[in-house]
Design a protein around this ligand. Structure first.
Ligand code: CTP
Length: 403
């Protein structure tokens, strides 16, 4: 999403400007190209040399810089990027934008562009809550400008409240959201993935062999089609994909809470191998061997996340997709499971050890819908994910209802 994109980063004058240096690094780690612009006030907080050195290109500073103008005029500079990001965006810079001023390089670039703009404001809490600032923000929102933050918290000036610059990760997620293109742009999809760990005591837990590979591949494929993906993952053995909002959880109860916090959504894909039971007698101290015999564990059934989301009324995602891990009678069991859970589709797979699917890199699935069963040839988990994501995109972008 961010990879290969060109970001024009305007660094305004504020104590939070130092965080823009980290932002440059992180954007580059994600494969983005960053062209930095430093305002006069910004130069009071970070030096042009450190910005240039980190970005690996010259920093733009002056409206009337003959050399820079000869190389690339400021109009061209403002339009060559995929996105203009202002971090930190000061009250003064936002006031200039709201009024359409163009009396320095940053304000001129922002006025001369038809490229989307994202602001990450940072300022003293009183400046943020001042009616003048709030009026300017309302105007900028009405003009189609996007915002990330500010966050609430302690500030460098010793006060507390909204005004802190959003963290680099949050800014990058907001940048990714602005740059999303593809058939699923504007759609929000919740994906669960990985195993859950159900504690027995602080060092032992019940788990399963799921690696999280299939759920991760599905999340990646959906994000590649432009979806905003909330990826709720148990302790998986593969890394989460880029460009999704990762919500790490351990237990089924935590997964259930994270999924309900992530709703509403246009679709839900439940690929997690959720433990069916949790240990109700879990100890907060390590269990010791004892001459009195073996520990007695008692269990309770975990909530069925797929079933409860499928049975939601008004808040039900338009398309709910479950997975079925079966070791025998795959199609019969999965067909019954689709009806029992109330979901729209079931992606069924045979996880008996001989198939090598659980924990492996390939999958052979059957897609069960209201229309029947569709066998897909054995292929890589990434290819299964792309095929599934394409089908989800077809449904979410067609005016026809889900079948
Ligand atoms: N699932 C869930 N919450 C649970 C258990 C399962 O959301 N507590 C979801 C899984 O993510 C998957 C589907 O339900 O999408 C089926 O999971 P599976 O383990 O195959 O089935 P179970 O519900 O455990 O049923 P059974 O034990 O009868 O196989």
């Amino acid at each position: 999403m961010v990879s290969g994109k060109h970001i024009l980063l305007i660094i305004g004058g504020g104590i939070a400007a130092y965080k823009s240096l980290e932002l440059i690094r992180r954007l580059q780690d994600h494969g983005a190209r960053v062209t930095p612009v430093l305002t006069r006030a910004g130069e009071e907080f970070v030096t042009p040399l450190s910005v240039s050195a980190l970005a690996g290109v010259a920093v733009h500073r002056d409206l009337f810089d003959l050399t820079a103008e000869a190389e690339m005029g400021h109009i061209q500079l403002s339009r060559s990027a995929d996105l203009l990001v202002v971090a930190p965006a000061t009250a003064d810079l936002m006031a200039k934008m709201a009024q359409g001023h163009a009396n320095d390089l940053a304000s001129t670039l922002l006025l001369a562009t038809d490229t989307p703009v994202l602001l990450a404001p940072a300022m003293n809490v009183r400046m943020w809550t001042h009616p003048a600032t709030q009026r300017n923000i309302a105007q900028l929102r009405a003009d189609g400008i996007a915002f990330v933050g500010p966050n609430e918290g302690g500030m460098a000036c010793g006060e507390f409240g909204p005004g802190r610059l959003a963290e680099p990760d949050e800014i990058i997620a907001a940048i990714a959201a602005q740059l999303r293109t593809g058939p699923l742009a504007g759609k929000r999809i919740v994906v669960t993935s990985g195993p859950t760990h159900e504690p027995i005591d602080p060092v032992r837990y019940i788990a399963n062999r799921s690696s999280g590979a299939q759920g991760t591949a599905v999340a990646r494929a959906l994000a590649a089609l432009g979806a905003e993906v909330v990826f709720v993952t148990g302790p998986a053995s593969v890394l989460p994909p880029e460009g999704v909002t990762v919500v790490p959880v351990e237990t089924a109860l935590q997964m259930e809470a994270a999924v309900s916090a992530a709703l509403p959504a246009d679709a839900g894909v439940f690929a997690a191998a959720v433990a069916d039971w949790r240990v109700t007698s879990a100890s907060d101290r390590k269990l010791k061997k004892s001459k009195d015999g073996l520990p007695e564990l008692s269990f309770a059934e975990n909530p069925d996340i797929l079933k409860s989301v499928s049975s939601l009324g008004a808040g039900r995602p338009g398309l709910v997709v479950g997975f079925a891990a079966e070791t025998n009678d795959v199609i019969e069991n999965a067909t019954a499971k689709r009806l029992r859970k109330g979901c729209d589709w079931i992606v069924a797979n045979d996880v008996s050890p001989a198939t090598g699917i659980m924990g492996g890199s390939e999958n052979a699935v059957t897609l069960i819908t209201a229309e029947g069963a569709e066998n897909w040839p054995r292929m890589g988990k990434d290819a299964v994910a792309r095929k599934l994501a394409d089908k989800i995109a077809q449904v979410l972008t067609s005016p026809k209802t889900v079948s």
